[in-house]
Write a protein that binds this ligand. Sequence first.
Ligand code: ATP
Length: 275
Amino acid sequence: MRRAGKERTASRGGPPGGAVAGPVLRAVGLSRAYGEDASLVWAVDGVDLDIPAGQTLAVTGPSGCGKSTLLQLLGGLDRPSEGEVWLGGRRVDGLGERALARLRRRSVGFVFQAYHLMDELTAVENVELPALLAGSAPRTARRRAAGLLDQVGLAARARHRPAELSGGQRQRVAIARALVNSPLVVLADEPTGNLDSAATHDVLRLFAELRSAGQTLVMVTHDERVAATADRVVSLRDGTLADDIRLDGGPRLPEGAGADHGAASPLGALLDWED
Ligand SMILES: Nc1ncnc2c1ncn2[C@@H]1O[C@H](COP(=O)(O)OP(=O)(O)OP(=O)(O)O)[C@@H](O)[C@H]1O
């Protein structure tokens, strides 16, 4: 589906708004079509979105409305048919493959519903891998990975392989991995979709710590309880933005997710890591 006569707002030249110190993530007239002719589907259709630094944004909407496609476009895993993506004040949708891969590695942390851990690697090896690929020295990467695993409560599981971990533990490894290169933004696609309520609480507790520490986070979710923990909720319908709601208040946790997630959280202290 596509709205008739929708105007494109794509800019030319410098960053939208003229300043590099704008939103961490910005979509301008962002669109992605699949198929052609009679089977053409606009999965994402003219989305304009500014995501300021430190915001936790939930993306919701019915199945097939374009949530995952939008997240992949924002993270440079897919390329738009039309429109622009800006990350950290830099236009990134037109980058070549190698530059885009480098950008993803250094500036974006991904968390997926199905974890996407490497089965043959231990937890700590999974976490350190993006740091090694980004050029960190092995000892530095290992120290960083071990520190993150400690902060997500998995120090004792560092040498376990994914098959030896529960779903919730695997997702915590994936979150540690997403953070290893201190990304500008963490993008999470249904991060609690495979988890029971206890493991969901663990993940949301970690997200609340990240939020307190100023980490920008965008998460796609079907779960209203998860969306309710965000600063802002946008809903998609047929690839377009239908709602954009800002929620009030400080860091939110679902009931039973525990307390003690202040700005001085140890996980937060690890976010500013530089090699
Ligand atoms: N690779 C593809 N080829 C063709 N069509 C696709 C492709 N990927 C997605 N689509 C279509 O684009 C639309 C949006 O898909 P997308 O996966 O982004 O939706 P979603 O909101 O994340 O759905 P769900 O909540 O079910 O995961 C759907 O109509 C889907 O069928």
